[in-house]
Design a protein around this ligand. Structure first.
Ligand code: CA
Ligand code: CA
Ligand code: CA
Length: 321
């Protein structure tokens, strides 16, 4: 169903070489994934799933999200880190708690054991896991491509955790992808959709934007609220943050990051929307610089990304909004 969607960007940003790769990739996404992950590749069961505080987010994922891996409720507001991630409230701010909701989905990612792991955090409310189905896909050359269910299921790892309200639960599904996939494409939006298993209706959707620069895979995300003053001081002032940070998530660990990436910093980009249509949103980087105070790395030429553009998906289009 989802692979019939076609999105047309208002602004085309693709180079011919990228388009060539995109064409080659879209020709057989399933075949590509199979090629890049032949038998013997690391499976989901070989990914490190240590969860020291038992909140459902593994330690390595808490590190990417800047959460406390030794506290199930980092901000002590009664909602677990996992539930806050799934429900899009800020897990490190006591005064940020989830809005009333029936079901939510949040995607994030990390590198782990030579693989890229895409993490679905799904707030189920009072639903059972059997009540929903998941689908997953990518934005490739202006088109939405479905990741085949056989691949998804082979690579998926699922756990279930209690929610804050009695009778509610939060599910985590981790799906590993070959990092070559990201290297080949450069930038990719990976989407997930939670569907009603009875009716097929889309209930929730989210998108995570991944990229590759100089062989380093990164995840683009909004700066956490707690660092608004830190990151917004020079660039954003007191205005609401409109930018994003890109956090390196090298599949093999920190050792994969070359010397040209500065430790203790992150590349912050202020962006503006320059086009939207058919579910695609085109962003242009208008300011960019390395900001310190982060347990991350900043590519030394972060500032040269000014003027570049990237596209992402509007999750609302995936649920018919
Ligand atoms: Ca945890
Ligand atoms: Ca935690
Ligand atoms: Ca909390």
């Amino acid at each position: 169903m989802k692979n019939e969607l076609r999105a047309q960007p208002a602004v085309s940003t693709y180079s011919p070489s990228w388009a060539y790769k995109g064409l080659a990739l879209i020709a057989g996404l399933g075949a590509l994934l199979l090629t890049l992950a032949p038998d013997g590749a690391v499976r989901a069961s070989q990914i490190i799933h240590t969860d020291s505080d038992g909140d459902g987010l593994v330690d390595a994922q808490e590190q990417v999200l800047s959460l406390n891996q030794n506290s199930a409720d980092t901000d002590n507001d009664g909602y677990s880190d996992l539930e806050e991630v799934a429900r899009h409230s800020e897990p490190t701010m006591y005064h940020s708690t989830p809005l009333p909701s029936n079901i939510n989905l949040a995607l994030s990612a990390r590198g782990d054991s030579g693989r890229l792991v895409v993490v679905f955090a799904i707030y189920l409310g009072d639903r059972e896991p059997a009540d929903i189905e998941l689908s997953m896909g990518v934005l490739l050359r202006n088109r939405i491509g479905h990741i085949p269910p056989w691949y998804f299921m082979r690579e998926a790892w699922m756990t279930l955790h209690p929610g804050s309200e009695p009778g509610t639960s939060v599910m985590v599904v981790e799906c590993s992808l070959p990092p070559n996939f990201i290297h080949a494409i450069g930038n990719v939006s990976i989407y997930g959709v939670v569907e009603d298993s009875q009716t097929g209706a889309a209930l929730a959707a989210d998108v995570v934007d991944l990229g590759s620069q100089s062989g380093v895979v990164f995840m683009r995300s909004m700066p956490p609220i707690r660092t608004a003053t830190q990151i917004g001081g020079a660039i954003g002032g007191t205005q609401p943050l409109s930018g994003s940070v890109y956090l390196p998530i090298p599949p093999g660990g920190d050792g994969d990051i070359p010397m040209s990436w500065v430790p203790g910093e992150v590349c912050y980009q202020k962006t503006q929307v320059v086009g939207a249509g058919g579910g695609l949103v085109s962003h242009e980087v208008v300011e960019a610089e390395c900001r310190d105070g982060w347990d991350a790395y900043c590519k030394i030429d972060c500032a040269s990304s000014v003027g570049s553009t990237y596209d992402t998906l509007d999750p609302a289009v995936l649920i018919g909004g």
